[in-house]
Design a protein around this ligand. Structure first.
Ligand code: SF4
Length: 313
């Protein structure tokens, strides 16, 4: 995971674990909706993602961490919810339309791709979730989960599923080092696992105001990726950075060096925690085993009620 994830979703995860009983899931089945032709990376990515979660402060004593495919009730509930979900609800999903147009290199005319919001609804409702941390783009999915919950409760005459509310994750103000959205596929991301030297090198490559050529030229910090990072990782000195840049008393080389110090200080405890986890691979296995047990317990309880209400014995 990269800094965009850290400042967006991961911060929300850490904050929520102190307030709620939380279940955090690696959605390996969902990864297949678009990557079904090349599933090779999914298992490796699963372990890496759990390590990232732990290194940023997600506490397995508070949060149940598990892998979706290890809790088969997700599949059972998705199947059953599929029977009550009208197809037009899925076809009007904006992500469905957008991704089919954008991801032209993959064949997404599959049943799994159309139906993945039903699986997502199952992921949420299985734990009778009151709140779900989501990004802005996932709002239609959560609304669909609410509609499915409502339909289920009406059809079977019992309020089994609460209608889950959203907790919008903080929108990360961090661009990638080239100014576009930070993304692994754009090769512009700074990763949680990058060492000090790599972080320094990436900061050297960051786009700055193209009109500021010499040290003493006045610059426009609004046009500068380095400044966007100072605003997140160097809040105490950010006003000084901006005014010195505008007045031409600050050079880009020094400005980048100062940022590297701040960012590496932010990443140091994350790297330290990660190194401890890497020394003992059994830590991750034990945490997943424990999280899976807790998730199965909750999921099993819900499915007993679902089967009873749907007269499945
Ligand atoms: Fe960006 Fe700093 Fe250079 Fe100004 S001085 S353009 S804020 S790197």
């Amino acid at each position: 995971m990269h800094l965009g994830h850290l400042e967006g979703v991961l911060q929300s995860y850490v904050a929520m674990q102190d307030k709620y009983r939380v279940y955090y899931m690696i959605a390996d089945w969902h990864a297949l909706t678009t990557d079904y032709e090349k599933p090779g990376q999914i298992a490796e990515n699963t372990a890496e993602m759990i390590k990232d979660w732990l290194s940023v402060g997600i506490d397995p004593a508070k949060a149940a961490l598990f892998v979706q495919s290890s809790v088969k009730e997700h599949a059972e509930l998705a199947l059953l919810l599929g029977f009550i979900t009208p197809v037009p609800w899925l076809e009007r999903n904006p992500t469905y339309k957008e991704q089919r147009q954008e991801l032209t290199t993959r064949d997404l005319s599959t049943y799994g791709f159309l139906g993945y919001p039903v699986l997502m609804a199952a992921d949420i409702l299985l734990y009778k979730s009151d709140v779900v941390p989501i990004g802005e783009d996932q709002r239609p999915h959560l609304e669909l989960a609410r509609e499915i919950a409502r339909r289920f409760n009406n059809l079977y005459g019992e309020i089994l599923f609460p209608e889950p509310k959203e907790i919008l994750t903080r929108y990360p103000k961090l661009p990638g080092i080239d100014g576009r959205k930070m993304s692994k596929s754009y090769d512009n991301a700074i990763f949680l696992t990058d060492d000090e030297k790599t972080v320094g090198q990436k900061i050297q490559r960051m786009f700055t105001d193209p009109k500021k050529i010499r040290k003493n030229d006045p610059g426009n910090p609004d046009n500068c990726v380095v400044c966007a990072f100072h605003q997140v990782y160097n809040t105490a000195e950010c006003d000084t950075v901006i005014s010195e840049c505008r007045s031409g008393t600050r050079g880009c080389v020094d400005c980048k060096k100062a940022l590297a110090v701040r960012l590496n200080a932010r990443l140091a405890p994350i790297r330290e925690k990660r190194a401890t986890i890497d020394k003992d691979p059994s830590i991750v296995a034990d945490i997943i085993r424990d999280g899976t047990k807790r998730a199965r317990q909750a999921a099993g309880d819900t499915m007993s009620s679902v089967r009873r209400l749907m007269k499945l014995g």
